[in-house]
Write a protein that binds this ligand. Structure first.
Ligand code: UDP
Ligand code: MG
Length: 314
């Protein structure tokens, strides 16, 4: 049984050597065959050199470098395409997901589970920085993928079967974790405590988080479009009732309400609602357009320890 550790890395030069040592210790204690697949998301620091040095010391270290920064989900997709393990453990390269917890996950996998989520049971982050992530996972669970782990997860183990399914999917504007959840299979959870980052800062900007959240909802849920129809029905029902009331009032010769403030309010509300709805449609529409372009999810510029496989679209 070969276990692959898959690590997306973007400017993680200081974290890689200590993380490699920790992984090697875990692998030695667990026994069996291992490989460590690092996907360098076009780092601009010494990450590629550090990876080459590690690969020269240990043939289990492999790395794939992107031609530009494609984001960590594309890096995960590449990691799953390039690794050869019977199972792969996906973890961050900054030490937030402790490699020491991998044996918990492989134990579940040996019990027969195909996807093992390491769910954050403890935190080192303050609540205000966890709030957006809690909101994201709750919305994803409620609106799109009901099998999402409630507290959310960053580290996970996937069986070869799951990797083969995800590798065959060629969607561009999707999220790799969402595709794994969507694919189903037997899932289990283990608890872990997300650690503080060893060095450097988080690489996720606000803009990226928003794109990621919209991608997840739009790729796996039609609830936003459904909401548009419901809101449309609700607003027009109210409009119809108001019109009907006015007709009845007119018929009874009662004085009709005068002034335009009410009309203005209705116009503004309707205009706002319509613009929001158009925006929602747009989110789906431009993704459809982008998919028809059939561009690869990532481009591999060079590899160490593995043969390049061409573009990120089979
Ligand atoms: N990462 C990546 N490409 C990016 C941003 C991040 O490959 O464009 C990697 C990063 O090196 C790390 C993992 O994805 O291994 C998680 O990123 P980070 O720690 O910055 O995010 P956070 O822990 O704040 O979610
Ligand atoms: Mg991190």
């Amino acid at each position: 049984m070969l276990i692959s550790a898959v690590l997306p890395c973007y400017n993680e030069e200081e974290n890689l050597p200590p993380l490699y040592e920790r992984l090697a210790r875990v692998a030695a204690a667990a026994g069996g065959e291992w490989e460590f697949v690092f996907v360098d998301d076009h780092s601009t620091d010494r990450t590629p050199q550090v990876l080459r040095e590690l690969a020269a010391r240990d043939p289990r270290v492999k790395s794939v470098r992107f031609s530009r920064n494609f984001g960590s989900h594309a890096a995960l997709a590449a990691g799953m395409a390039y690794c050869t393990g019977d199972a792969a453990v996906i973890l961050a390269a900054d030490g937030q997901d402790p490699p020491e917890d991998i044996p918990l996950m492989t134990a579940k996998w040996r019990e027969g589970f195909d996807v093992v989520w390491a769910v954050r049971a403890g935190h080192t982050d303050p609540w205000y920085s966890r709030l957006p992530s809690m909101l994201y996972w709750t919305l994803l669970r409620r609106l799109a993928l009901p099998n999402t782990p409630p507290a959310g997860a960053d580290m996970l183990l996937v069986d070869r079967k799951v990797m083969d399914v995800v590798n065959a999917i060629t969607e561009t504007n999707s999220t790799t974790l969402g595709l794994i959840l969507w694919s189903g299979f037997e899932q289990a959870c283990v608890n872990y405590t997300k650690q503080a980052r060893m060095h450097g800062r988080s690489k996720w900007t606000l803009g990226r988080k928003i794109k990621f959240a919209i991608d997840s909802l739009v790729s796996f849920s039609y609830v936003p479009i459904r909401l548009m129809s419901y809101l449309g029905v609700a607003v027009s029902t109210v409009g119809f009732l108001v019109a009907f009331g006015l007709i009845v009032q007119g018929a009874l010769h009662a004085a009709l309400p005068s002034g335009w403030t009410g009309v203005l309010a209705v116009l503004l509300v309707l205009g706002g609602v319509q613009m929001m709805m158009l925006g929602m449609l747009g989110e789906y529409l431009w993704r459809a357009l982008d998919e028809t372009r059939a561009r690869p999810r990532y481009i591999v510029a060079s590899t160490v320890g593995v043969a390049p496989k061409g573009l990120g679209r089979p």
